[in-house]
Design a protein around this ligand. Structure first.
Ligand SMILES: [Zn+2]
Length: 572
């Protein structure tokens, strides 16, 4: 492609509504253009990246035995009424009526439509397993679309649906997709983790989210430095720490701590690390139960774990009146001694001794406190949030903490849709059985955006070779110089012939502004063709990621560049 004839409307200014770096860079690099809130044009450069993601997905889905179809974007309300989702789905479902007043929606997902296909065509276990997928534009009427392609309303998604005769077979289909997803994201050049996810209300114990690691990610995750274990911090289990508490060596003593309420303030005042203190949280559940929870001072409560233990849906810090009632003191001075409510402790507390905690008296704390001698608890439970350095729950490794962007989700659905829509087959005994389903999504545009969140610097995008819109940019420093023009043109033709995706910057612009654009677009390899280099019979080859430059003799330059592109693609 010749830059001078290409359609590449880059922007000098970052659009005001672009909050995250991927949105800013996609807009500035002329990849996307906003049409309405959460709705974008994919301009040529953006579309090239989208197609690359799609092609990798398609190859790996086909390799895993899934079969591509294309379902309509618009689906009839009737199908959604059969599954019950017409009523369940909130305002995110964009509903519309045709000229005959028949109701439709624009599909945010396609479980109903695909189940309807299968129930009309598959009636024997012999036709299973079956996995149908599509790559298609979807619509979800997000209340706050933002972050460009990261959270748009209209978006391109790969969605796959597996159908099996029973749970065991469905688990095999699930695992096949899980493995395919690992290959897809690896081939995209993304650093990711497959994270055990909460399967939510739909049930089925299998669910993994594929998270691209990026500091800007919305999800906090932990992963093991040794095995494949990874989980959302909300979900991450923690093993009970080994060993028991050392015997008490200090007497319980009351210390005046005037107006010092936070763990930080009290620990600074007592010259004791927060990790040697216990904090006591008084919480109120949605069933009005009040419970006190003891945690090591530097730990964070995991509310989901506590809700699961208590069997409630929601918790909040108790208000001042409740704290006053159960502790006899204002908040900030709570401790476990003499409480009138249930007291639970995180399992780690069982290994601590001689710690500081609240005295249940305004402006006082206690030091030298010990479980057993000074107070009791109802139970020691895994109640805290996992953090970097914790032991892996599966092996002897240590957990590392990351932030991640969800780009894919594999999910064992079970029989939710086959039951409600009566999608059954006959088993080998001639008995009717509901199909056991799985669903598997990848946000195509989001994967491209996540790649930018993971791969950029202050000058622009730094594409991994597999997703780069062009693999090489050949920059003619001065295209008006005949020798430069001819040498650039020759290299361009040679690379094209060898199947390299190359952008020829033949524009009549200053070299500085061409370099700036090349850096912004993030093309992995740049070849500078200039008069000075030509005098020495060479080009300058610069890597976008490392910034490293080498002089490349013209003789054999094409072959060297091809080899470098291939090596980078194979590494993915
Ligand atoms: Zn591990």
């Amino acid at each position: 492609m010749r830059y001078s004839q290409y359609f590449l409307p880059t922007l000098k200014e970052t659009p005001g509504d672009a909050e995250v770096i991927s949105h800013q860079l996609m807009a500035r690099a002329g990849m996307i253009r906003k049409v309405a809130a959460g709705i974008y044009d994919y301009l040529p450069l953006g579309l090239r990246v989208i197609r690359k993601v799609e092609n990798i997905i398609r190859e790996e889905m086909n390799r895993a035995g899934a079969i591509e179809i294309l379902m309509p974007a618009v689906s009839p309300a009737d199908l959604w009424q059969q599954s019950g989702r017409w009523q369940e789905y909130g305002k995110e479902l964009l509903r519309l009526k045709d000229r005959k007043d028949t109701e439709f929606c624009i599909g945010p997902t396609h479980e109903e439509v695909v189940t309807e296909i299968v129930r009309g065509t598959v009636n024997s276990y012999r036709q299973l397993p079956l996995n149908l997928y599509q790559i298609q534009t979807k619509f979800r009427d997000e209340i706050r679309p933002r972050f460009g392609l990261m959270r748009g309303r209209e978006f391109i998604m790969k969605d796959a649906y597996s159908f099996d005769i029973d749970d065991a077979a469905a688990d095999i289909s699930y695992d096949r997709m899980y493995q395919a997803y690992r290959r897809i994201f690896k081939r995209c050049g993304l650093d990711f983790r497959a994270v055990e996810a909460d399967s939510g209300a739909i049930g089925g114990s299998f669910s993994h989210e594929f998270m691209v690691l990026a500091e800007t990610g919305e999800d906090a995750i932990v992963s093991c430095d040794t095995c494949e274990y990874a989980a959302n911090v909300e979900k991450a289990e923690l093993r009970a720490p080994a060993g028991s508490a050392p015997a008490p060596s200090q007497p319980l003593a009351k210390v005046e701590t005037p107006n010092l309420k936070s763990i930080e303030d009290v620990s600074a005042f007592l010259k004791e690390a927060p990790g040697k203190m216990i904090k006591t949280l008084v919480l109120q559940a949605d069933n009005d139960e009040v419970v006190a929870v003891l945690l090591r001072g530097d730990r964070t409560l995991n509310e989901i774990k506590l809700c699961n233990f208590l069997g409630c849906n929601h918790l909040q810090l108790a208000d001042e009146a409740v704290v006053q009632k159960v502790t006899g003191a204002p908040s900030g001075f709570s401790g476990p001694i003499g409480l009138t409510c249930r007291v639970l402790a995180d399992q780690e507390v069982a290994t601590m001794s001689d710690f500081g905690l609240g005295a249940n008296e305004a402006n006082y704390h206690l030091t030298g406190a010990n479980y057993g001698r000074d107070f009791q608890v109802e139970a020691f439970v895994d109640l805290r949030q996992a953090t970097a350095g914790d032991s892996c729950p599966r092996c002897d490794g240590k957990l590392e903490a990351w932030r991640g962007i969800e780009v894919g989700h594999v999910f064992k659905l079970g029989t939710k849709y086959s039951d409600s829509m009566h999608a059954v087959v006959l088993d080998d005994q001639g008995k009717e059985r509901p199909l056991v389903m799985g669903c598997y999504g990848i946000g195509v545009g989001r994967a491209a955006a996540a790649s930018i969140e993971q791969n950029h610097d202050e000058n622009g995008i730094v594409w991994p070779m597999p997703l780069a819109p062009f693999q090489v940019i050949v920059t003619m420093l001065n295209p008006n110089d005949e020798a430069v023009f001819a040498a650039g043109e020759n290299l361009y033709q040679e690379l094209l012939e060898k199947g390299i995706e190359v952008l020829l910057d033949d524009r009549d612009e200053r070299p500085g502004s061409k370099f700036k654009d090349a850096d912004l677009l993030g093309i992995p390899l740049r070849v500078n063709v200039g008069a000075r280099g030509l005098k020495e019979q060479s080009f300058e080859l610069q890597e976008r990621r490392s910034g490293e430059r080498i002089m490349l003799p013209i003789e054999g330059a094409g072959a060297k560049i091809v080899a470098q592109v291939r090596a980078a693609l194979d590494a993915g």
